[in-house]
Design a binder for this molecule. Structure first.
Ligand code: NZQ
Ligand code: ZN
Length: 387
């Protein structure tokens, strides 16, 4: 393990049934002008919108609304938000929704005062952040991405057919995030399981790298076990507060930098999913689940020890009497069974992909990886095998 790191992740988290009570106090820390960013309709149906408006009124804010942020937020919406920030001299961007809304808010924050084209500068050329940003606050309504406590911002450029993620420095994190597990009760089942698999994929893509004895790997195993356990409860009883709380906090921990400490990390499954998303607009975690099983079956031999450890420590499989490959495969099979138990589709066809898309997707992906870096041809084979 490379015991040589700086850890800094400055988001204040308010967690629990009463966490919205902290909103007014937080709003008082910022200037008068607020850009209130949200999705299509969920927060209006659930009454969260009314609570937010009440808090904004009680704190005498001047509010500009940006409604309709899409799942898989678009660059066009980022530019629209950036314009609103400049025109209305915005002091705080308040994002209320899932990862898409919070990612879009962060993208607006870094883009509003960017010289030149922010897409090219930050999502294509990956230049360091060099301009002023606007503070972001978040109220989370759907779990999975950990956008509420990281610097990630994944944006789809529809004209270029590219969905690209960027991890900005910690100053771009939401300054505060409000997490009430009850807000997630209304998330439709397919979105809920998409979020659950997103958490699992974040954990696996940090876990399957490196060979060292690493504290982080033990943390990941524990969080994985908690998510698997609580998900089984929550899919049968979506209003089980304890299970939804565990999933919500596990989701934050899975990608709030703590599970990446001193890890090389993989991220090829995410790289593949992002391009599947650019072509099909599928829910993020569903695309991840479809690709994960063929991907791990393809690469496990390059990281055999870790896959055996995964079978033993995460799935508690008795590996005595099994060869190492057999044990590793048993762990991957347990993951595949869990995906089926969640009711997640297992083929690209089911999420609207067509055969002619596969080469276009495969050749638009940047090959990366943990134990093995794939070629474009290998990525294409993986896509064909789950078509
Ligand atoms: O649009 P509305 O009406 O708000 O409905 C949303 C949306 O349709 C609905 N929803 C959210 N909260 C709800 C609810 N419906 C009922 N009740 C509620 N309480 O859920 C749908 C999906 O929302 P979305 O925000 O798209 O989901 P998610 O949180 O999974 O975010 C996905 C995006 O985040 C990116 C993904 O690539 C994708 O673009 N990611 C961001 C990451 C990061 N910032 O670090 C990392 C991830 O790996 C991921 O790539
Ligand atoms: Zn993800």
């Amino acid at each position: 393990m490379k015991f040589d790191f700086t850890f800094y992740n400055p988001t204040k988290i308010y967690f629990g049934k009463e966490s919205m009570n902290s909103l007014e106090g937080e709003l008082l820390n910022y200037g008068k002008n607020v850009l209130f960013v949200y999705g299509k309709s969920a927060i209006k149906k659930t009454g969260i919108y009314d609570s937010v408006i009440k808090a904004l009124k009680n704190t005498s804010k001047t509010v500009t609304e940006l409604q309709g942020i899409k799942p898989n937020p678009t660059y066009k919406q980022v530019l629209e938000g950036a314009r609103l920030v400049r025109e209305n001299k915005i002091d705080l961007i308040l994002a209320v929704g899932g990862g898409s809304v919070i990612d879009c808010a962060k993208a607006i924050s870094v883009s509003a005062f960017c010289d030149g084209d922010p897409w090219k500068k930050y999502w294509i050329d990956f230049e360091p952040l060099s301009n002023k940003t606007v503070p972001v606050g978040a109220i989370l309504t759907m779990t999975g991405t950990a956008s509420e406590m990281n610097g990630g911002s994944v944006i789809t450029n529809e004209e270029e057919m590219i969905k690209e993620g960027r991890v900005f420095p910690a100053e771009v994190n939401p300054k505060f995030s409000i997490l009430n597990p009850e807000f997630t009760y209304t998330v439709p089942k397919m979105q809920m399981v998409s979020g659950i698999f997103d958490i699992i994929s974040h954990l696996l893509e940090q876990y399957f790298s490196g060979e060292d004895d690493n504290t982080t790997d033990y943390i990941i195993e524990g969080v994985l076990k908690s998510v698997i356990h609580s998900s089984k409860i929550a899919i049968n009883n979506p209003e089980d507060y304890e299970a939804r709380s565990n999933i919500m906090w596990a989701s934050t921990v899975a990608l709030n930098r703590i599970c990446g400490v001193s890890k090389e990390q993989d991220w090829q499954v995410h790289g593949i999913e992002h391009q599947i998303g650019a072509y099909t607009d599928c829910p993020h975690g569903i695309g991840l689940a479809i690709v994960s099983i063929p991907y791990y079956r393809y690469i496990y031999k390059y990281g055999l020890d870790k896959f055996v450890r995964f079978a033993k420590n995460v799935w508690e499989i008795d590996c005595s009497g099994k060869g190492r490959e057999e044990a590793a495969e048993a762990g991957i099979n347990a993951l595949a069974d869990f995906i089926k138990e969640l009711g997640i589709p297992t083929t690209l066809r089911e999420i609207g992909a067509t055969q002619d898309m596969l080469p276009k997707i495969a050749y638009s992906i940047s090959p990366e990886g943990g134990y093995k870096t794939l070629t474009h041809e290998e990525i294409l084979e993986i896509l064909k095998s789950c078509y």
